[in-house]
Design a protein around this ligand. Structure first.
Ligand code: F6P
Length: 319
C-alpha cells in the first residue's frame, strides 16, 4: 500500500515543473498521503537530500519558472552502486513510490531503477524539447515556443527595417519541434531541422526571387540539433549579403509558464498520483488528443520521432 510519495525533477528545468510539483503535493495531501521533495534530481536522491512537503510548501509557485526542487543531470545514477544508495535512502525515509519529472534521459534512469529494485515509479514528461515518445506534449514546450515566437517578432522589426536575412537558432536537442512550432507561430520564412538536410541553393534561390519581387527580409529558424549554426550560415553568406545570426539559448528555458503549461502541470500531477494509487507503478503520464493518458514507462524512454514535413510545407506556403 502506498502511504508516502516522493517527487523529484531531473534533467533540464522546464517552465511548468513547479505547477506539477504543486499539483502532486496538493493532490497527495487531499488523498491523505505523505509527500516528500527530493532536491537536485537523482543526485539529491543519492545524497539523501529529502524533506517533507505540505500543501503550504508549494504556495505561490504556480507562476514561477524553473523548479523549486532544483534539478541536475546525475552521472552517478548511471552506476549501480549509487542507485543502491538511492534505494536505501528511499527505504530509510519510508517512501513507497517516486514521481519523476524530466525528459527521456531521466525516464531511462527511472526505468532501470524501477526494474532493479521493483520500486514504484511514475514519470511526468518535463522538457522544453517535446521529444518524449508516447506523448504529444511535454511540460515547458508551450512556454519555450512562446518565448521563441516573441524573439522572432522582435527580430522581424529590425530585419524588415534593415532588409536583412536572419538565422535564429532555437533549442530542442536533436528534435525540431521548437523550431517548427515557433516558426509557424512567428511567421518565419523557413526552418532548418535535423531530420532534413538543408538545400542551401534552393533557399538562396527563394531569397533572391523574393528580393526581386520586393520581399527584402527573411527569417529562418534553425534547430540546434542541425549542428554549428555559424558554420551553416557561412555557407549562405557566400551567396547572400547582410546575413545575421541570433542564438536564443537558455532564455527559452526560463520565464513564467504559459497557461497551457500550468494546466498541463496541474492535470499531469494529479493523474500521476492517481496512477500510483491505481497500482500503475512503472508508467508515464502523456498528453494525447487533448487528454491525459497513463502508459508504460518503457514506451516513454525513447526520443519522440515525428515527421514535421507537414509543418515545413505549411511554413513555405504561408511565406
Ligand atoms: O533538454 C533541454 C535543453 O534545454 C535542450 O534543448 C538543450 O540542448 C539542453 O537542454 C541544454 O543543456 P544544458 O542546460 O545542460 O546546457
Amino acid at each position: 500500500m502506498i502511504k508516502k510519495i516522493a517527487i523529484l525533477t531531473s534533467g533540464g528545468d522546464a517552465p511548468g515543473m513547479n505547477c506539477a510539483i504543486r499539483s502532486v503535493t496538493r493532490f497527495a495531501a487531499y488523498k491523505k498521503l505523505d509527500i516528500a521533495g527530493i532536491s537536485r534530481g537523482f543526485g539529491g536522491l543519492i545524497d539523501g537530500e529529502i524533506q517533507d512537503l505540505s500543501s503550504r510548501s508549494v504556495s505561490n509557485i504556480i507562476s514561477r519558472g524553473g523548479t523549486i526542487l532544483k534539478t541536475a543531470r546525475s552521472k552517478e545514477f548511471l552506476e549501480k552502486k549509487f542507485r543502491e544508495k538511492a534505494y536505501q535512502n528511499l527505504i530509510q525515509n519510508k517512501i513507497d513510490a517516486l514521481i519523476i519529472i524530466g525528459g527521456n534521459g531521466s525516464f531511462k534512469g527511472a526505468s532501470v531503477f524501477n526494474q532493479e529494485f521493483n520500486f514504484p515509479v511514475v514519470g511526468i514528461p518535463g522538457t522544453i524539447d517535446n521529444d518524449v515518445s508516447g506523448t504529444q506534449r511535454t511540460l515547458g514546450f508551450d512556454t519555450a515556443v512562446n518565448t521563441a515566437m516573441d524573439v522572432i517578432d522582435k527580430i522581424k522589426d529590425t530585419a524588415t527595417s534593415m532588409d536583412r536575412i536572419f538565422f535564429i537558432e532555437v533549442m530542442g536537442r536533436s528534435s525540431g519541434f521548437i523550431a517548427a512550432y515557433s516558426a509557424l507561430a512567428g511567421g518565419a520564412e523557413d526552418i532548418i531541422i535535423p531530420t532534413k538536410a538543408p538545400d542551401v541553393a534552393e533557399i538562396v534561390r527563394k531569397i533572391e526571387q523574393g528580393r526581386i519581387k520586393g520581399k527584402r527580409s527573411w527569417i529562418i529558424i534553425v534547430a540546434e540539433g542541425v549542428g554549428e549554426t555559424s558554420v551553416l550560415v557561412e555557407k549562405f553568406g557566400q551567396f547572400i549579403s547582410d546575413v545575421r545570426v541570433t542564438v536564443i539559448g537558455h532564455i527559452q528555458r526560463g520565464g513564467s509558464p504559459s497557461a497551457f503549461d500550468r494546466f498541463l502541470g496541474a492535470v499531469m500531477g494529479k493523474v500521476a498520483v492517481e496512477a500510483l494509487l491505481d497500482n500503475k507503478t512503472q508508467h508515464a503520464i502523456g498528453w494525447v488528443n487533448d487528454q491525459a493518458i497513463v502508459y508504460p514507462l518503457k514506451d516513454a524512454v525513447q526520443s519522440r520521432k515525428e515527421d514535421l514535413t507537414y509543418l515545413h510545407e505549411m511554413i513555405h506556403i504561408l511565406t
